[in-house]
Design a protein. Structure first.
Length: 279
């Protein structure tokens, strides 16, 4: 197994780069896969992005992101379904099976968490058949609880698995993102459950930095710079049967401001030291 085996760059990590620059950076760094965000794909054009990645010999680990399914009004609900169906078609064109969903938070002025979570389940019932017909798996990503109000009312892997349960595993899976779930005392058991149920679709790694940034979205860090025990969590993911690509997704202003090639070199080194030996 080569040093960069299974490593994928999530394009958010090199936010300043265009998709072309990110693809070329992966080639220079010997990284064989990329997980693009939709904004970069749209800038390039969807067919053009697919050809660019394919011609570079890279695999597409996932597409980020669909979701935001919690609108309370009919117009907002229809718009969300339309956007998610577009994302499914983009994933299909790019040649990835997996579309990440960040499910959404409370509607404006809302405080009824139960009702908002029910709307997520209701929207999934409408979206899953379309994704199935196009060979795309919807990947539910639990986010850290500090993002529950505005971004994701799924905060634990257990919640994500419960939401996925009515659907076939090939249609709805779950993601383990170390930044979001490292704190969960039930994590080991829920990762094992995801493996048993055939729903462990994606593994993303980055660290949880302290102090938390003024913009909490930017508190993700390079592996080894924060508090996360990658050896333990990666071992649990391995023992659950996961053998897929491992994405590095980092939102961090200091990393965004750094030279992209240096970022990829550090990323690969930290992956080889802190993640790969346990994968």
């Amino acid at each position: 197994m080569s040093g960069a085996s299974r490593l994928s760059l999530n394009s958010a990590t090199t936010k300043k780069w265009t998709l072309r620059e990110a693809v070329d950076g992966c080639v220079r760094a010997g990284i064989g896969a990329i997980g693009p965000w939709r904004d970069r794909v749209h800038e390039a054009g969807v067919p053009e992005a697919a050809a660019m990645i394919r011609d570079a010999g890279l695999e597409v680990s996932s597409l980020c992101r669909g979701g935001f399914l919690t609108a309370a009004d009919p117009t907002g609900q229809a718009a969300a379904l339309e956007d998610n169906r577009a994302a499914v078609l983009e994933a299909q064109t790019l040649g990835t099976r997996d579309l990440y969903l960040v499910v959404g938070g409370l509607a404006e002025g809302e405080k009824d968490v139960v009702a908002a979570r029910q709307r997520i389940a209701d929207r999934l019932k409408k979206l899953v058949p379309f994704a199935h017909d196009h060979g795309v798996r919807l990947v539910l990503e639990p986010l850290h609880p500090m993002y529950a109000a505005d971004r994701a009312l799924i905060s634990t892997l257990g919640q994500a698995l419960d939401l996925a349960e009515p659907f076939e595993p090939q249609d709805v899976g779950v993601a383990v993102d170390t930044f979001h779930v490292w704190w969960d005392p039930a994590l080991r058991g829920q990762i094992a459950r995801a493996g048993r149920e055939g729903r462990l679709a994606s593994y993303q790694v980055c660290d949880f930095n302290l102090p938390i940034a003024a913009d909490a979205l930017l508190s993700r860090g390079m592996m080894g710079d924060g508090v996360i025990d990658f050896a333990t969590i990666t071992g649990w993911v391995r023992d659950a049967g996961y053998t897929g690509l491992i994405e590095v997704e980092i939102f961090n202003q200091e990393i965004w401001d750094a030279d992209g090639d240096e970022t990829l070199a550090i990323m690969r080194q930290r992956y080889e030291e802190l993640v790969l030996p346990y994968a």
